[in-house]
Structure formats: structure tokens, C-alpha cells
Design a protein around this ligand. Structure first.
Ligand SMILES: [Zn+2]
Ligand SMILES: [Zn+2]
Length: 176
């Protein structure tokens, strides 16, 4: 009985996603629906972050199943997988445009940046080595405001320590 109630809720919540899956010839399952919905409601989340959301909707699901389903959805271009250097893959449902990402080197916060040029950048390679190239990635990296603030506060702290009486005398004695 509870199961049929959940089913009802899922069907109402995920009507659009349901259609999307069907359009792509994918069997509609509660797992796929829940994962698609989680990706939509939390853009740029990692698989591990999404697992909690998915479990909240459909109950127990293995980590492996979430990873596998994300893989299938990414292969079908229903979700986009972003692989920032040195961190876990992130997922989003904004798949149909050529947008880029602004990523903080400090905390990993990620923002969507609309394409400045409007065409897929650098897709016409100087030498394609016989590849059929389908993606060129532009990434903006830097530090977000809160990480910059934290870094500035840390710098100020170091400065204060250096110019303090103990720091001063220590430095002077070692300079001598
Ligand atoms: Zn940051
Ligand atoms: Zn994005």
C-alpha cells in the first residue's frame, strides 16, 4: 500500500523526467526518475551528494547503482558530467547549451557561466588527428569571495604575527 502511494507521488513529481527518459528510449524506473530529479534540484552535485537525495525519495539504493545510473544518463546526454581537475565528477541537467563552469580552487564551489562567444569554442582543431571531435571544454578557475576573504584574513594574521614583538625580536636575532 505504501509502495503504491510512493509510486503515485513519484509519477506526479517526475512526469517531465518520465517523458524525457521515454524519448531517449530508456525504461522508466523509480531509480532513474529519482536520480534525474536529484540532479535537477542540485546542480553540480557529486554522485555521493546525490545518493542522500535519492535515498530520501526511494529508500535504499546502493552507491554502485547510483553511479551506474548516472553513467547511463550521461551516456544518453540526459545529464552532463563535469570532471574538474583533481576533484570528483559533478552532474547537472543543463545539457543543451554550451555553458562553461567557474570553479573555486579553494572550496570547489561551481557556477554556470554562459558562453561568451556563443559557439562551441575551439572545436575546429588545428589538427584533429582523424578524430570526430564533439567537445571542447572551457573552464574558469579561481577563488570564490569567501575563500578570498579567508585567505586575506589568514594573510593579515600572519602579518600581525610577523610584526608582533616576539616575531620581531626573533627575526632580528636570526637576521643578525
Ligand atoms: Zn571557495
Ligand atoms: Zn553547469
Amino acid at each position: 500500500m505504501i509502495e503504491s502511494r510512493i509510486r503515485e507521488i513519484i509519477i506526479v513529481m517526475f512526469d517531465n523526467v518520465d517523458q524525457l527518459l521515454r524519448q531517449h528510449g530508456l525504461q522508466v524506473t523509480a531509480q532513474r526518475l529519482a536520480i534525474m530529479q536529484s540532479v535537477s534540484s542540485r546542480p553540480h552535485a557529486t554522485a555521493d551528494e546525490l545518493i542522500d537525495d535519492v535515498r530520501a525519495v526511494i529508500g535504499s539504493i546502493s552507491r554502485q547503482a547510483v553511479y551506474a545510473t548516472l553513467g547511463v544518463l550521461a551516456d544518453m546526454n540526459l545529464v552532463r558530467r563535469i570532471q574538474p581537475a583533481g576533484s570528483a565528477a559533478r552532474y547537472e541537467d543543463r545539457v543543451d547549451d554550451n555553458h562553461h563552469h567557474l570553479i573555486c580552487r579553494g572550496c570547489g564551489t561551481m557556477f554556470d557561466i554562459d558562453c561568451a562567444v556563443g559557439v562551441v569554442p575551439c572545436l575546429t582543431a588545428d589538427d584533429d588527428h582523424g578524430f570526430e571531435i564533439d567537445e571542447a571544454v572551457v573552464g574558469y578557475w579561481g577563488r570564490c569571495p569567501s575563500c578570498r576573504k579567508a585567505a586575506m584574513a589568514a594573510d593579515a594574521g600572519n602579518e600581525a604575527a610577523r610584526s608582533g614583538p616576539s616575531g620581531n625580536s626573533k627575526r632580528r636575532s636570526s637576521d643578525d
